[in-house]
Design a protein around this ligand. Structure first.
Ligand SMILES: NC(=O)c1ccc[n+]([C@@H]2O[C@H](COP(=O)([O-])OP(=O)(O)OC[C@H]3O[C@@H](n4cnc5c(N)ncnc54)[C@H](O)[C@@H]3O)[C@@H](O)[C@H]2O)c1
Length: 315
């Protein structure tokens, strides 16, 4: 029998789709969504929801006890671009929410945790192509520093207290159901919306900035796949590199032009260019493939097909 799951930050870009997929898989009543705000209509209608601040330990503990929660997915965070504007708020949210969940597991009130890291853990001194699992990191953004610290704490809680915490370093995620929440790769979602709405887009990164990206369906499959894996097979308790596709704005533009030939993009790089320049261009995810059989299904053109088809249907 499936034991209840709690999702913190369930109304965001990833949380919305993760909640709906987990409910389809394990039963609606077994997946409690929570956030500091209400989510989309379809999410709110799909099962139990609690207004919950991920930085409030007692409030999370109450919900954990009430529903007899076994696993927590911590999706609440401040993302890279927003975190540069509010460094201390980002640090407090990203770290305190993680400590709350790690400490609940240390005290055996929950049994398993999913916490996402990011390619932002890497920095300007990291090898850019096929960035290995273990390499120089030295992140240069507030967000990246919080994610790298989080990874160290996850590994520490696993080693010292036997906490079953699992993590992947998501690349930029592309999805059509929920808009992204203030990251440096948001352009790769906005561009599809604007292509359909206006036929033009002004991109905040320059045309040749190649970054690792992934279609949301692959990200959700990776997340659930890792959580269902045999713990004995997991050799990484900080966070797994997770690869799929890599492209620059000019390549996503060409992919969209196969469907919308007149689509035009102009380039006006802003403060997010510097963040993007500090990140890898492509990721080596051999360890995830070996340990838990990770395999992506979507490339750039299949992502473009899915994005345009679904956005056309819903607009
Ligand atoms: N989306 C990406 O491309 C991407 C890439 C790498 C890593 N990640 C990581 O994945 C996780 C989820 O990202 P996302 O893209 O869904 O983010 P998002 O910004 O879309 O969603 C975050 C959610 O957290 C909620 N939240 C904020 N403060 C909260 C609080 N105090 N308590 C409870 N909820 C709170 C927000 O209301 C929001 O619904 C984050 O840890 C993020 O760093 C995302």
């Amino acid at each position: 029998m499936q034991k209840p799951i709690l999702i913190l930050g369930a109304c965001g870009q990833i949380g919305t789709e993760l909640t709906i997929e987990l409910r389809a898989k394990y039963g609606s009543e077994n997946v409690v969504a929570s956030d500091i705000r209400e989510g989309s209509e379809s999410l709110m209608a799909s099962g139990p929801f609690e207004l919950l601040d991920a930085t409030n330990y007692e409030a999370i503990e109450d919900v954990v006890m009430h529903y007899e929660i076994d696993e927590v997915y911590l999706m609440a965070a401040m993302l890279s671009a927003t975190a540069e504007k509010f460094p201390m708020r980002a640090w407090n949210l990203n770290m305190n929410s993680l400590f709350n969940v790690l400490n609940l597991a240390k005290d055996r009130k929950i049994n398993k945790i999913f916490w996402p890291s990011s390619i932002a853990v890497f920095g300007p001194n990291t090898p850019k192509e096929h960035t290995p699992q273990n390499t120089i990191m030295e992140p240069s953004t507030v967000y990246g520093i919080s994610k790298q610290s989080g990874e160290r704490w996850c590994e520490y809680y696993f080693n010292k207290f036997g906490v079953d915490v699992r993590s992947v370093r998501y690349p930029g995620l592309i999805s059509w159901k929920t808009m992204p929440g203030g990251g440096t790769t948001d352009y790769a979602v906005e561009i599809y919306h604007e292509a359909l709405k206006k036929g033009t887009y002004s991109c905040f990164l320059n045309e040749s900035t190649k970054l690792p990206m992934m279609y949301m369906d692959d990200a959700i499959r990776a997340t659930i796949g890792l959580m269902e894996s045999d713990p004995e097979k997991l050799s990484v308790r900080s966070s797994y590199n997770l690869g799929s596709m890599s492209f620059a704005p000019k390549e996503i533009t060409q992919s969209i032009q196969k469907h919308i030939p007149g689509f035009k993009v102009t380039y006006a790089p802003d403060f997010r260019q510097e963040i993007a320049d500090s990140w890898p261009s492509s990721i080596d995810d051999t360890t995830a493939k070996k340990d838990w059989n990770w395999k992506p299904a979507f490339d750039l053109d299949s992502t473009t097909g899915e994005m345009l088809d679904n956005l056309k249907k819903t607009s």
